[in-house]
Design a protein around this ligand. Structure first.
Ligand SMILES: CC(C)(COP(=O)(O)OP(=O)(O)OC[C@H]1O[C@@H](n2cnc3c(N)ncnc32)[C@H](O)[C@@H]1OP(=O)(O)O)[C@@H](O)C(=O)NCCC(=O)NCCS
Length: 163
């Protein structure tokens, strides 16, 4: 089996990201920014077309796909395989967002604080409003969440400051 330089670069990146985050990344892992106390499960990152940032306390179910990269369907064979465009597909996930199992998020998109993306949904770009539920393929606005009072919830984990 013949490996190209591009293949070897990808393998190196996959191994490196896996060692650091415990999850795979297709593309440059330097394009990922992860906040405090984020739950990734086995999220798959594709950073070929942009950056991915995840706010504090956001967490994901299993098999979530965060995809910034795409391909030019007008091209064929190797030309189609090359990622295009290599920028502009950024995914920005706010704080406290829950992306449920098997959801796919395609950039460019912004997901507001405390929003919920339902299981199996496909977010096709755009701006998802903070504090709302989105579901379906493509994901549509479902409802505004009626949050419980803050004083009835544990909103933050205690932080230990080492001497
Ligand atoms: C998002 C979720 C929490 C919504 O729960 P809820 O507030 O009880 O919402 P409801 O069940 O009342 O559904 C509201 C509407 O959204 C739709 N909906 C809910 N989840 C959906 C989904 N995954 N895909 C498509 N539509 C969905 C419902 O059909 C309903 O539509 P309708 O008003 O036209 O009847 C839940 O559907 C979900 O996806 N849970 C994820 C479970 C999971 O992945 N667990 C693993 C742990 S990370």
């Amino acid at each position: 089996m013949a490996l190209t330089d591009q293949d070897l670069l990808q393998v190196t990146r996959l191994v490196r990201t896996f060692l650091v985050t415990g999850t795979p990344c297709w593309g440059d892992p330097e394009r990922i920014a992860i906040g405090f106390n984020v739950g990734l499960a086995n999220t798959f990152f594709n950073t070929e077309g942009g950056t991915i940032s995840i706010g504090d306390y956001s967490f994901f179910g299993h098999n979530v796909l965060l995809l910034t990269g795409s391909h030019d369907i007008r091209k064929r064979r190797q030309a189609r395989r090359n990622p295009q465009p290599t920028g502009g597909g950024d995914i920005v996930i706010g704080k406290g967002v829950w992306i449920a199992s098997n959801a796919t998020v395609i950039g460019p998109c912004t997901i507001g604080d405390d929003a919920v993306v339902a299981a199996g949904s496909v977010v096709l770009g755009g701006n998802l409003e903070a504090g709302c539920v989105y579901a379906g393929a493509p994901a549509r606005w479902i409802k505004k969440i009626d949050f419980l009072p803050d004083e009835e919830q544990e909103l933050e984990v205690p932080v230990v400051v080492l001497p």
